[in-house]
Write a protein of this length. Structure first.
Length: 119
């Protein structure tokens, strides 16, 4: 996962969108991405691959099969986990994040970086 620099840090004219970030997630084919928690609202676009995404929010659990071209939204405080289900294509997700904290920082739970390969 790579989080790009905040827009306003590169171009001072963009200070109005200081609480927004873009990140990129690439997962190998047939990979499970362990549950993660964002303190930001997130709009995700599937650039490549196919996956099952499960979102847990306020005791509700919803799973969706999504593929290239699909967009989904998660609210701040949601727990999310992904299964990249394509046999040969990597999963590529672009995430547009809006911080919901007073500091404007975006944090992700520590276990986010654990990727497990399944047969």
């Amino acid at each position: 996962m790579k989080v790009l620099d905040k827009f306003h840090e590169k171009f001072k004219l963009l200070i109005g969108i200081a609480n927004y970030s873009i990140s990129l997630l690439v997962a190998n084919p047939r990979t499970f991405v362990t549950p993660l928690h964002f303190d930001a609202d997130c709009v995700c676009h599937v650039v490549e691959g196919r996956e099952t995404v499960t979102i847990l929010k306020k005791g509700e659990r919803k799973s969706h099969e999504i593929s290239k071209g699909d967009v989904f939204v998660t609210e701040s405080g949601s727990v999310l986990h992904l299964v990249s289900s394509h046999r040969c294509k990597s999963l590529v997700l672009v995430k547009f994040l809006r911080s919901t904290t007073l500091t404007g920082q975006i944090t992700v739970s520590a276990n986010f970086f654990s990727l497990l390969l399944f047969a």
